[in-house]
Design a protein around this ligand. Sequence first.
Ligand code: C5P
Length: 402
Amino acid sequence: MRGKSVLLIIGGGIAAYKSLELVRRLKDRGVSVRAIMTKAAAEFVTPLSVASLSGERVFQDLFSLTDEAEMGHIQLSRSADLVVVAPATADLMAKLAGGHANDLASTALLATDKAVLMAPAMNVRMWNHPATQRNLKTLKSDGVLFVGPNEGDMACGEFGPGRMAEPNEIASAIENYFRSDRGALDGVRALVTAGPTQEPLDPVRFIANRSSGKQGYAIADALARAGADTTLVSGPVEIAPPTGVWLLKVTTAREMLAACESALPADVAVCTAAVADWRPEITANNKIKKEKGAATPSIRLIENPDILATLAKHRQRPQLLIGFAAETEDVVAHAAAKRLRKGCDWIVANDVSPHTGIMGGERNTVHLITANGAENWPELAKSEVGSRLAARIAETLKGKAA
Ligand code: C5P
């Protein structure tokens, strides 16, 4: 990302002190940083510190004659390759989601023609408030990118999601944005499976699992952003589909397999779904009744098709086939064995023991297992795992085509 430029909008929150570190990290990586500070931000860190670290003057006022004479606010909003908001306060998120422009920061956000990456930071209740969550949804569907927030102890003494991502995480999200090689997957057809499957016992009951679909959705999003023509085959989940992705919603494993086969040919397939291994042998047409005195029913299970293994043997096998392995012990060894057993090219393995909080959480620590061995990736946001994987897929497919 050397030679790139970032417009950093610093919002007013205690996490603003971390933005100073972010400026340093970006400068170290050869990125030029121009900063806008809100009035409240200047209560937490001084514009002088920001100016000293960035080596550029800091913009604060929408109606400053000097600012406007030097560079109009519209020009300022477009002067960088990426706009980063850190900390992104509840207020800044609300302003952009609502289209408000009553100070320099919000005006620049509305006027920019560049991508916006937000690193939210706020009290856990503010983050969980339906208004903030509504704004988050709106901003995501408007294409705003996010890094964090993380879960942890907060300056206000509470615990939960709301801590701003660490400066190195924000820097690597920025790096990923610049690397996410827009167009790196142009012309590539991708298939992603995500979420759980539900296997019905009767019209109202089913067997399922705790998969949230977050990791699979993040991968589909990253592939689509890199230009791939992406089909996402998803079991029942609660998350909004990423923009630019062709979504096929299914319920059972057999429906998921049929949807995957209908999406072939594909150059790459990523099987993230937590497919139920078994389904009830018989699905009752009517609700199974609890009759007084009747014996407790027993459920006989039969095996579901293995979608990943089926794709591996398919006559239209994607040239790069990637499986996931959710393990609770000996993660890498089990995953390496699974790669061979399933006949796929890579396995992305993670430890889903309950204490890791991976299932349903926002973050993931994975190991990438290929024919060349195992790579241990650091703990990352699921969106970052998606971007890195998309970058690796692009590299590999390019290598194969050459
Ligand atoms: O065997 P296991 O379920 O641990 O394998 C996990 C990998 O296999 C994941 O990539 C998952 O999406 C895939 N899988 C599948 N169909 C199944 C079971 C697992 O595609 N019936």
